[in-house]
Each structure stands twice: as C-alpha cells, then as structure tokens.
Design a binder for this molecule. Sequence first.
Ligand code: GLC
Ligand code: CA
Length: 556
Amino acid sequence: MKHTWWKESVVYQVYPRSFRDSNGDGIGDLNGITEGLDYLKELGIDVIWLSPVYQSPNDDNGYDISDYQAIMADFGTMEDFDRMLAEAHKRGIRILMDLVVNHTSDEHPWFVESRSSKDNPHRDYYIWKEPKEGREPNNWGACFGGSAWQYDEKTEMYYLHLFSKKQPDLNWENPKVRDDVFAMMDWWLDKGIDGFRMDVISLISKDQRFPDGPMGPDGRYGSFGPYVANGPRVHEYLKEMRQRVLSKYDTMTVGEASGVTVEEAKKYAAEDESELNMVFQFEHMDLDGGESFKWNTRKIDLVELKQTLSKWQTELAGKAWNSLYWNNHDQPRIVSRLGDEEEYRERSAKMLATCLHMMQGTPYIYQGEELGMTNVPFQGIEDFRDIESINAFHELTEAGIMSEERMLECIRYKSRDNARTPFQWDDSENAGFTSGTPWIMLNPNYKTINAKEQLSRKDSVFHYYQKLIRLRKEQEVIVYGDYQLLLADSHEIYAYTRELDGQKLLTVCNFTKETVTVEVPEEFVGGRLLISNTERKEVTKNDELQPYEAFVVLLS
Ligand code: GLC
Ligand code: CA
C-alpha cells in the first residue's frame, strides 16, 4: 500500500457559520476561523475541511452557491480568506474547500441566464424537461421535500432539483459545464488550497432516460436513487477531473457519496488515484433509518454497526482508502446517538473516539466533537433553522403522516441543527462565540461543556482526542495495519485488532452503561496499554470493562 500524507492526516471540519464570530453580527466568519487556528494547532489536526464560504443566498446554509469565486458577505472578504489560508499554512495546516457542483443556487448567473429563454447559451447548463401529460416529467421526490421538478412559467418547462427548488442541478452531460467547473477548481488550487470535499458527488450523472423511481414510504414521490446515485457516467467524469485538474496538484480529495456501495467505492477511491482519494459512505449512519427514513428515534444496533464498519474496513483494504467519521454538519451529535449524555458523557465520548480513530482510514473530527458536545434541547419548530428539518416537519405533519408532537421528537433527535449550534469556547455569555445575538440558539450546556474548561483539565475529552491524534503519528500500525473484527456477535463490546509487520494492536470498547466481562486474547494479556479512558493500569485475561470503557493495547 502506498504511503501518502492524506492517509496519515487527521481532518477537522469547520462549519463557518457556527465556529467563531469576530465582528459581533452573530454569524461565524473567516476572521473567526483565523482566530481559532491556534486552538486547532494545539489539538494537533493536519487538515481543515471548510464547509462552503462562497457567495450564497443561504437557502441551504451556503450549499447553494451563486458565485464560486466570491466570499459570502456574512463571512468576510477574499482578503480575509487569503489571510486565513496563509495563517493556516504557516501552522502546517492544510485547507480543503467544499466543492458543491451537483447544483448551484438559482441565483447563480448561469441559472438566471438558463431560465431566461430556451435558446440562451446557458440553457443546457441545467436539466430542463417538457411536462409529461401536463405534470412533472417523472415521480422523483426532492431531498428537502416535494417534487424534484420545478415548473418555470417563463419557458413552460420543468427544471430538476434533487435538493431545494433554489438548488437547480447542473447538467454534467454538457461539456461546457465541465470546462467551467474544472476552470473554477484550477483557480482555487492555483490560489494554494490543498484539495476538496466534494458535495454529493455521487449524484452528478443522471440516467438520461429519467425513469420513474420506486415509491417512497409516504406513497407520493418516487426515489431518484437508482437512476442518479453512482449514475452511468460518474466515474468517467471523475477520471476526466483527475486528468484535467487534480493530477496537476498535490491534493487531497474526499467525495460525499450518498448511495455508495463497497464495490463503487473501490472505483471512486481506488489506490491508483485515478478518481478521488476517499469517499464518505453512509451505511453506518443510516442503520437507524427505517420506514420514515431518518425521522425516527431508533437506536443503531451494535452488531449491525460492527458488521457494516468491518465490511468497509476489510473490503477496501489494499484496494481503496476509507474515511472515518461519526459526525459532520448533517448528523446529530454522536454522544447523544451512541453514547451517554449524562453521567458517562465524557467517558462515552472518549470511547467512541477510540473506536473510530484506531481503524484504518482518515479520521474526521467535526467541530465540538473533541469536547463531547451533545444534541441540543430545541423546543418548538421555531427553534430550528435547517431547511431539511423545517420542510420535513411541515410536509409530514400536514399530510397527516406524523403528529406534530412525534415529528418534533424525531427532529430533536435527528435534526442537522444539533450539529450547527455555536462552538462552545468558554462559559461567558454566548459561550464566547459572539458578542452579538447568535443566528441559532446555543446549547445551554456551554456553561459546563466548553473548550476553555477542557484545555485546563488534563483528563478532558479534548486532551484525549489530542492523544489519539498523536498516537496515529507515532504508530504506523494505526494508519496502515490490517483490521480484524473480534467478538462479532457481542451486543456490548466492539473489539478489533490491527496488524502490520509484526506489530499488533487490540482495541476494546464497551458500548453499554453496564459493567461487562471481556475475554482478552491470550497474546495481548500483559501488553503495553497505549491509551485508556479509565484509571486502568493493565489488561488481564478475563477482564472487567467499566461502563463505556475503552482501551488499546500494543504488541511490538
Ligand atoms: C450535502 C451537504 C448538505 C447539503 C446537501 C445539498 O449532503 O452535506 O449539507 O444540504 O449536500 O448540497
Ligand atoms: Ca461575523
């Protein structure tokens, strides 16, 4: 397996709106990120993935871009960006930009042109279809509710939008779209950025027959998935992107790939670097989905979680590279989902971190995860800001599919806004995030959970993450070792080994609130304890694990 810097890196995701506000308008910004760089340096991360900072009318918090080469006024100026980039590089931190090119904003000049007339030169930059029997061209539903097709009076045709109607999909079949996207990527790479996280990149190629999809759970819209996810030409487009753009630079690329399977990932993230370096897969995050998709309060089953993650670990080994994550700006907080928010909050946060960071792949930390931040006690629908949650609430309650009370319960548990409340810097007013009024409510627990407190305390979650990151730099087996699952059927314990050139690592994690007994494989008994989230001093044969305990043993 080839050794590369991006396999050996740890990435930290910054959600600019909620990280740090430098000018008191209640919105995080680029100068705030620059102010936060020393904190990130202290944590020890190598790379920042920056959620979109481009000009945008903010229908979907910046994932609807109206100018790819301008900075959103809320976030500052291009000079602020250049300063942030230079300051990050000065500290040895690389910057990945979010590349959102499945769609633009409907306020992007390309779309303004495109919708203006059927013979406009930008018409074919987007996907336009004639009505079918006076209705939408097919039954596809959009991710943020309603049909995926929007009728446009001006030219009496429909355009496709897989997300909100203010996010029209680009037509990648048109070579001019690819030319323009690739030129824009060159522009950012020439500026000195270090790569891209590519938004829903698995959806850019659509089956040109545009067939109806299988009916969804509410019986109103069909799924576009089978005809869009990993579509017919997606690998061809990404190879073209590699040849024309990425191959000219030393970059890191990660594709957000909803609907990706192990087989597809072997192409996207192939070891020969013909497309991307790695993808974000969703199988482990979707295990608590169900009838009503993500809107439920089910818990992820540990046995299924182990099966899924282990499949990705073993099947990509040597062929493609994994990304490792529990959290991002689209997921609720992992402590609230798989750990304990109360008595064992810190210990369970450290256990979850251990479980993930000892696997093969590049780990991603989402802002606040390193503090063990939790879900937020939102009350009514007016507390939410996220377009997905708000639309789903109205759509499902108005159609009588869910009661308001039940839907609120589900949104409180699963909403993306759980990840989007302000970063908790200290216990002063507004958690030190802003001197103004924050754009979204704070988690009131900032009085106890905040960076300042954790930096001052040796046994904090922050310092535990810092140690995990350091260990990855010290022990090659953590980066490159082969993975093997142990105790596959245990409903309490996640245990696995890693192995590289005679070095062996054992990771054991208790996913429950109970004390459980674990039979430690003979060879590891008496091995060197690399890290542990309790007072543990050694490992014995029939060992007792405390609630949410985790430890790692090294043999070398
Ligand atoms: C991705 C982003 C998400 C966004 C969507 C549409 O899933 O992570 O935040 O809403 O794409 O761009
Ligand atoms: Ca601001």
